[in-house]
Design a protein around this ligand. Structure first.
Ligand code: SF4
Length: 334
């Protein structure tokens, strides 16, 4: 055993809050992957490697800069990619995978606006069209992703089947989330500002917290689970620092293959994450002050929108935008 457990169960209990956390899981703090299938031993699929749908943190207006899970991952992947997203803030073309993620997230968020007994699969499917219209109104360029009506129809059918999968994994008529699409911001003792959006937070009557994030891709191979949990630990750290209580459970719901990855975090690992983020920020701020953001190639370059501006692909790096570095440095209060 490597600390990971697989089961063939559907979600253990439809109770709305994490009062049912198994004692052994709480004691061990290991990650658990629940799935109706056996894990594939192959290398991660392109789905697993494709960056997740843009999170709403990218839509936060330009105020004091903050470290988000996505930007932290960007810098660790490639400092130049981080620069183009966080400093230059260059636009990126929409991708079918990312926009499908945004659409399914929007439907699931609005599903919980309905009274509990009406949160049926049929209701979710009925929400898809209006949410798609709304998405097109806010981002007219999304239609450019499709070669024609057939392509669009197939894409919408995939979104519908992800919603069907959701109802195989959770019963929303028995859930009463405390928060949905929650903006969380907290400043660490070191003055570093963290920011993120939590898909869903459930709070039990005894105050235990479960943080839930939906993914429209497939679950990662065990080798990559720790990386997948980074974002959830980041949220746990913010919630702990804000409210003084470590969330009891972190839960990633992978609609792409119907698996759920859960982890019960411990205070020590969140302390370790805080140190890691401080060290990451020291490296980022050094890059910013020296105005040098190196490129780092990997297989993820295949999904990078900035190849034409990347020396690894024959491109030329443009000058930094005025004020960009100064704004980035506002992450840490002085
Ligand atoms: S193509 Fe690769 S190396 Fe170049 S900026 Fe993008 S992620 Fe970095």
């Amino acid at each position: 055993m490597n600390g990971m457990t697989q089961t063939t169960q559907r979600e253990a209990s439809p109770v709305p809050v994490p009062t049912d956390l198994p004692a052994d899981s709480l004691a061990s703090g290991v990650a658990t992957l629940s799935s109706p299938e056996v894990l594939s031993p192959e290398a991660p699929t392109p789905d697993a490697l494709t960056p997740d749908a843009p999170t709403p943190d990218e839509a936060v207006e330009r105020r004091r800069a903050a470290i988000s899970p996505s930007r932290a991952k960007d810098f660790r992947q490639c400092p130049l990619l981080f620069r183009y997203r966080a400093v230059d803030r260059l636009p990126e073309p929409p991708s079918q995978a990312a926009v499908k993620g945004s659409l399914v997230h929007a439907v699931l968020e609005h599903l919980f606006d309905l009274p509990a007994p009406r949160r049926t699969e049929e209701a979710a499917q009925e929400l898809l069209d209006p949410q798609w219209q709304e998405l097109q109104a806010s981002r007219p360029d999304v239609l450019s992703m499709f070669s024609g009506p057939e392509d669009l129809g197939a894409w919408l059918a995939e979104a519908r089947s992800l919603l069907t999968q959701y109802f195989r994994m959770e019963n929303p008529t028995r859930l009463e989330p405390a928060e949905r699409e929650m903006l969380v911001e907290t400043e660490l003792a070191s003055g570093i500002l963290l920011r993120g959006f939590v898909d869903r937070m459930d709070v039990a009557p005894n105050g235990m917290v479960r943080v839930v994030d939906y993914k429209t891709g497939r679950s990662p191979h065990p080798r990559y689970q720790d990386e997948a949990l980074f974002q959830m630990r980041f949220y746990a750290l913010m919630i702990w620092r804000l409210h003084g209580r470590v969330p009891a459970r972190l839960q990633l719901v992978y609609l792409g293959d119907g698996r759920t990855l859960t982890h019960d975090p411990k205070e020590e690992e969140l302390v370790a994450l805080e140190r890691d983020l401080e060290s990451l920020w020291a490296t980022i701020s050094e890059s910013a002050r020296s105005q040098r953001f190196a490129y780092r190639t990997s297989k993820l370059c295949s999904w990078c929108s900035f190849q034409s501006l990347c020396p690894a692909f024959g491109g030329e790096v443009p000058p930094l935008p005025p004020g960009g570095v100064e704004h980035l440095l506002t992450v840490q209060a002085v």
